[in-house]
Structure formats: structure tokens, C-alpha cells
Design a protein around this ligand. Structure first.
Ligand code: ZN
Ligand code: ZN
Length: 88
């Protein structure tokens, strides 16, 4: 999924930190929603992924409070990838 990582970290984008080198984070379905669309991946930089401010470090819930919920970010990623909701 090079397209996702190619966006740069979605959190850094929102924080206006610019495009940072991103890793692909796979969102676990079943936490905040029932059924997920096919690809649940968002780009996160090392810091926001596994680092001190990382979702895997502080936990999904704390991370969502500190930044944004994964579902919110996923919606933005899908938009940024240019896919229309119905277009696939
Ligand atoms: Zn980041
Ligand atoms: Zn991850």
C-alpha cells in the first residue's frame, strides 16, 4: 500500500508539521465501529505510530483523545487518496 504511506503522516499533516515519512498503521476493526470498509490503513510517522506519542505506545483510546480517532483520520486518508465514497 504505497499510496497510503506516500501521503505522509496524517497526524503531522493535521498538526501542520508538513509531510513526514510514514509507516502504514492497520486499524483494528471492531473498536469504534461494527463493519469496516476494505482497507483500514492510515499513514503514521514513527513518532505517532510507535514512538513516545505513538498509538501503539500510549494506546488507542488515549491516542484518540490526544490526537484524533482513527476512524476520523481514516476518512481523511480515503479522501486524500481521491476515492469517492461510492467509486471504490
Ligand atoms: Zn506524525
Ligand atoms: Zn500500527
Amino acid at each position: 500500500m504505497g499510496r497510503v504511506a506516500g501521503l505522509g503522516c496524517i497526524v503531522c499533516r493535521r498538526l501542520a508539521l508538513g509531510e513526514t515519512l510514514a509507516e502504514v498503521h492497520h486499524i483494528r476493526a471492531g473498536q469504534g465501529w461494527k463493519r469496516a470498509p476494505h482497507h483500514h490503513t492510515i499513514p503514521l510517522c514513527y513518532l505517532h505510530h510507535r514512538g513516545a506519542d505513538g498509538i501503539h505506545h500510549i494506546g488507542t483510546k488515549a491516542w484518540a483523545r490526544r490526537f484524533w480517532p482513527e476512524a476520523d483520520l481514516l476518512a481523511e486518508v480515503l479522501l486524500a487518496l481521491g476515492g469517492s465514497p461510492s467509486g471504490g
